[in-house]
Design a protein around this ligand. Structure first.
Ligand SMILES: NC(=O)c1ccc[n+]([C@@H]2O[C@H](COP(=O)([O-])OP(=O)(O)OC[C@H]3O[C@@H](n4cnc5c(N)ncnc54)[C@H](O)[C@@H]3O)[C@@H](O)[C@H]2O)c1
Ligand SMILES: O=C(O)C1=N[C@H](C(=O)O)CCC1
Length: 237
């Protein structure tokens, strides 16, 4: 496949290695200081663009890809207020957009365990739930996109929770503590605490390889498909 990389930072570079290992060709690398652009024939020749940039840049990048009818796989977090416009472009203009707050297989298994545990907790009122996420100090958004997906998984399955907050939680809210330290690729912990014990589920990424492999598998999955795609479509959980 011909792949365009939009964003050639930590994730772009990791994705490049895995894409080349899997026999793909990188036809364009667009970043703020690169000479490659969305107007180049090389970009237009791409079968898919893989976008990992920053929250305020992502939406404009998607539009530039769609203008050239290049399908997009994106993992950039912190832009989801603009999701309706992307859904419209897919529905009305036949574009292809694959999004995941976290592309790692392990985290997507963790998402499912989180939902199941939340369902069980409807029957056990003694437990209160909270979350902690830890990432490297260059991360721009908080809480992480993954933490928001986990919180939504709880809110949609546990009747006594309706919202999440980074501040002190009210009874119907989940407190998320966001910690930024060192070079941590990503740690997410969910704790159910009762007067007599605690139950903890935890995912810790050892590197960015898992995210990058998931993004390349997603790019392969977009071929011949239209519309909005996600990890549930890819993994068939
Ligand atoms: N979904 C996932 O699995 C997953 C995994 C890791 C990171 N992320 C997210 O991906 C994003 C990028 O992460 P990273 O660790 O690679 O960050 P990074 O800062 O290392 O890289 C981002 C790159 O984007 C470039 N950039 C900024 N504005 C741009 C623009 N307008 N056009 C093109 N390039 C631009 C920057 O110069 C930089 O090289 C973040 O939002 C992060 O939260 C998601
Ligand atoms: O390094 C990052 O930034 C990460 N961003 C995603 C998030 O916000 O959840 C995925 C984990 C790594």
């Amino acid at each position: 496949m011909k792949i365009a990389l939009v964003g050639y930072g930590k994730m772009g570079k990791e994705i490049e290695k895995i894409a080349l290992d899997r026999g793909h060709e990188i036809v364009s690398k667009i970043d703020v200081t690169s000479s490659d652009s969305f107007d180049d024939d090389s970009f237009k020749s791409a079968d898919v663009a893989i976008e990992f940039t920053r929250p305020e840049a992502a939406f404009n990048n998607y539009q530039n890809c769609f203008k050239n009818n290049v399908p997009v796989v994106s993992g950039t977090t912190g832009w989801l207020d603009q999701l309706p416009a992307i859904e419209k472009a897919c529905k009305e203009d036949g574009q292809t957009f694959f999004y995941a707050s976290n592309f790692s297989l392990g985290v997507n298994i963790f998402f499912e365990i989180n939902k199941q545990l939340a369902k069980i907790m409807n029957k056990v009122k003694e437990y209160d739930v909270s979350m902690e996420e830890v990432h490297h100090t260059q991360k721009l958004d908080e809480p992480s996109g993954t933490a928001i997906t986990l919180a939504e998984g709880i809110i949609n399955n546990l009747e006594r929770k309706n919202n999440w907050t980074l501040d002190t939680a009210k009874e119907d809210e989940i407190n998320i503590k966001a910690i930024r330290e060192g070079q941590v690729p990503g740690i997410h912990t969910i704790k159910y605490d009762s007067p007599v014990d605690e139950i903890v589920i935890h995912h810790s990424a050892k590197s960015r390889q898992g995210f990058a492999l998931g993004a390349v598998l997603a790019a392969e999955f977009t071929q011949g498909k239209k519309g909005m795609l996600n990890m549930k479509d890819l993994l068939n959980f």
